[in-house]
Every structure is written in C-alpha cells, then in structure tokens.
Write a protein that binds this ligand. Structure first.
Ligand SMILES: C[S@@+](CC[C@H](N)C(=O)[O-])C[C@H]1O[C@@H](n2cnc3c(N)ncnc32)[C@H](O)[C@@H]1O
Length: 195
C-alpha cells in the first residue's frame, strides 16, 4: 500500500443501488455500469492509491461512493478525499453518506476549475467511462488531470480486457496494475502516466 496507513474509522455503508440503477436507465453512457463497484475492486484501487505527505486523493465519477468507502476503510482521512460527481442527485447522496468528505458537484473535464488552487494531489482515480468517448474527449480528460496532478497520471478501472484507452495516441504510458474476478463484471485497474 502506497498510502499512509492509520487506524481506519468504521465506514458507513452508503447503499444507493436503486439510485445507481435509476441513473443507468436514464443515461447508460454516462453511468457506464448497471451496478456500483464491488468492495473487492475498491480495495484494489485503495491499495494502488497514495495519500502520504498530506496529499489528497481525487476520485472522479464517484457514483454512490463504493470506491470512496473502500478508500476510507483503508485509512484515508475523510478530509483528504475529494470526490467529483456530475449528477447532482448522486452528489447529494455522497454528501449525506460520506461525512467529512469534500463532494464537488461538477464535470471532471473542468477539474482545474473545481479543485482549490495549490491542492496537493497524491492520486487521481477515474470512474468515468472514458472508453466510450472519442479520442478528443479522452485527450481533454488527460489534459485536465495533468493540470492538477502534473506527471502523476491517473488510475482507471474498467471491464475491458485490453486497455480501455489508446494510450500511445494519447501520449501516455499504460500498466495494468490489478484485476479482480470479484466484481460484476470482472474488472481491471489501469495506471496511465504521461509518456
Ligand atoms: C461507472 S460509474 C462509477 C461509480 C462509482 N465510482 C463506482 O465505482 O461504483 C460512473 C460515474 O461517473 C459519473 N460521471 C460520468 N461523467 C462524468 C463527468 N464528466 N464528471 C463527473 N462525473 C461523471 C456518473 O454519473 C457515474 O456516477
């Protein structure tokens, strides 16, 4: 685990299955999944995240907070977790179920305008279904991340068997860091960094 460990406070279960399903029915391309991520996937993402030296973890597309809760359970202090969610109803759910976490209702593509200036980022985690977007939008996403976390890149979880991003065309390096069959469907975690 790269992140700074400490005794983790008990994390409230957030539920939100009904809300997730409702949003998927309304906008499947924006949701990218019918059900929230499993705790097993969340634990793998937490293991790959770092928040040492006072840094924050920025989670984009937090949904109903499945990955957020895994990060908190792994010891990330709530005040060092920043989650961005574009759907106001889901952001409200996150605010209610994740006390102490900074919840930003907004578009991850506008990340540099959403984060407080000078915030030190340890890891950016992306839950947004980038694979469904055209190359230009994927490029815009990588630029937004680079502006707030220079050189760090981001973690992306996916159900794709191969890389969900055309990393060479995006000028990135790519590494599949983890895989779990204990997710519906089985999922991988990729790390992308500027090449
Ligand atoms: C696959 S779900 C992941 C939810 C949650 N992180 C999980 O693992 O269960 C994708 C989430 O990204 C959000 N989303 C999609 N586009 C977004 C954007 N441009 N900015 C912020 N959130 C976005 C969706 O509303 C949805 O909650």
């Amino acid at each position: 685990m790269d992140g700074m460990m400490r005794a983790a406070a008990p994390v409230r279960q957030g539920g939100g299955f009904g809300l997730f399903l409702k949003r998927w029915a309304r906008n499947p391309l924006q949701m990218g999944s019918v059900v929230p991520s499993s705790p097993a996937l969340g634990r793998r993402i937490a293991r790959l995240s770092r928040w040492d030296e006072g840094r924050c973890v920025v989670e984009l597309g937090a949904g109903t907070g499945a990955v957020s809760r895994a990060l908190l359970a792994a010891g990330l202090p709530p005040e060092r977790l920043v989650v961005v969610e574009i759907v106001p109803e889901m952001a409200e759910h996150l605010r209610e179920s994740l006390p102490g976490v900074r919840v930003i209702t907004g578009d991850a593509f506008a990340l540099p305008e959403l984060l407080p200036p000078g915030m030190r980022v340890g890891t950016v985690i992306c839950g947004i279904p980038l694979v469904l977007l055209p190359l230009e939008r994927q490029r815009a996403f990588t630029r937004a991340v680079e502006a707030v976390a220079p050189g760090l890149g981001f973690l992306l979880y996916t159900y794709c068997i191969t890389s969900p991003l055309p990393w060479r065309a995006l000028g990135l390096e790519a590494k599949r860091e983890a895989w779990t069959p204990l997710n519906l469907p089985p999922a991988s975690v990729w790390r992308y960094r500027p090449g």
